[in-house]
Design a protein. Structure first.
Lengths: 196, 194
């Protein structure tokens, strides 16, 4: 167990797509998500300073990215796209998800992945047990890479309880299966400004 | 014989540290392997379907081995198992029953001859259908601490002409098991029951 976050459970999900519309997807596209279910230290009360959750975000950024990459069976720098999301249980507020996801989580994610010039796309919500999180995905070095706009749904039937938060990070080794709607291709990116 | 056409594979692992009680010294782990395949019998009634079980055996073995890998690679740590299937809308529940033999025997083989029947469930459903896969002890079905279930599913499966196949393995009892009954330490492991 790690220091700051009180973790009840960690789940990893890997999806590998081999076929789509009767065509082979070769090589298969793979994506993984790692999700932690943690205690919300601010559940049930308004707290002005959310720094504890920001620290927890930093800790989970490293832990969950490492788990997701390991589940994919690749090295961090081989990851192509990423995303993050959080679901706050009913006794928490949306701002708690923001405190985890936005101030400090990104730096360790990028450290594990080697780079990550692009914004990490994110989503957040409040919900009950079994709520679905649609984690948005985008290319990690150039947000405009169209083949890598995607999303991954994750769900844990017994989380988040009212005083918990679910925190998720998703990583892929590829774009969509059979991507063919044009736009900036990954071979064309410069990867400097995070956009192209 | 048509080959088994796999559209998608998925592995989910849960590591459970506590559920409101003391933090477990060794966290419980549960893993599910899912495969989404084309249903060769979808859309019409086919009388003779039994042969497809043989076609599914290699997939069953691959999924069972991946589960052991997902739990660290040592089959000795596996204490519970279960299996299930979700048949897409153009299929029938009997198509899900094709998974009993190849799914169950694959796990027993990989686990070195587990004795207990593999708990199972199945249903017909659309994309996003969730399945609560029942779990029992691999050598003695009556071990009360190991009665469990793992919910599985994929948002885009099964399509109408597909079957989602599931195998599940766990590394131990429920995280705060304390309702008595036959203990894992007490089993004989001969008849698969006690």
């Amino acid at each position: 167990m790690i220091a700051k976050a009180k973790i009840r459970k960690i789940a990893t999900f890997v999806e590998e797509t081999n076929r789509e519309m009767d065509r082979d997807v070769s090589p298969p596209t793979k994506r993984a998500a790692a999700v932690a279910v943690i205690e919300n230290p601010y559940a049930g009360k308004y707290v002005e300073n959310l720094s504890e959750l920001m620290e927890i975000g930093e800790e989970l950024g490293e832990l969950l990215t490492a788990r997701a990459v390991a589940a994919l069976g690749i090295l961090g720098p081989s990851a192509e796209s990423y995303g993050k999301a959080a679901a706050v249980g009913e006794n928490g507020e949306l701002e708690h998800a923001a405190a985890i996801l936005h101030p400090k989580l990104g730096t360790p994610v990028r450290r594990v992945l080697g780079k990550g010039a692009a914004l990490i796309p994110s989503s957040k919500k409040r919900g009950g047990l079994g709520v679905t999180l649609d984690i948005p995905l985008g290319h990690k070095d150039a947000a405009f890479v169209r083949s890598h706009f995607d999303g991954m749904e994750v769900r844990i039937n017994d989380a988040p309880r009212a005083n918990e938060i679910m925190v998720a990070i998703a990583v892929t080794d590829s774009g969509r299966p059979l991507a063919r709607v044009g736009g900036l291709a990954k071979e064309q990116i410069k990867g400097e400004d995070g956009l192209r | 014989m048509p080959e088994v056409l796999v559209r998608k594979k998925s592995i989910c692992v849960e590591q459970i540290f506590h559920e409101g009680g003391p933090v477990a010294e060794t966290p419980l782990r549960r893993a599910a392997a899912l495969a989404v395949i084309r249903n060769p019998f979808s859309g019409s009634y086919v009388a003779n379907i039994e042969w497809f079980m043989d076609d599914l055996k290699p997939l069953g073995l691959e999924m069972a081995r991946k589960l052991v890998d997902a739990l660290g690679g040592d089959p000795e740590v596996v204490e519970g198992y279960g299996k299930g299937a979700i048949v897409g809308a153009l299929g029938e529940i009997e198509h899900g029953a094709l998974w009993h033999v190849p799914g169950g025997y694959a796990m027993r083989e990989v686990l070195g001859g587990a004795k207990a029947i593999v708990a199972s469930t199945k249903k017909v459903g659309g994309p996003g259908t969730r399945l609560d896969v029942p779990i029992t002890h691999i050598n003695a079905s009556y071990v009360r601490s190991h009665f469990d279930a793992m919910e599985v599913g994929l948002n885009d499966a099964p399509r109408a002409d597909e079957i989602l196949l599931a195998l599940v393995m766990t590394t131990g009892a429920r995280v705060h098991a304390r309702v008595g009954g036959l203990k894992a330490s007490e089993i004989k492991g001969e008849d698969g029951l006690r």
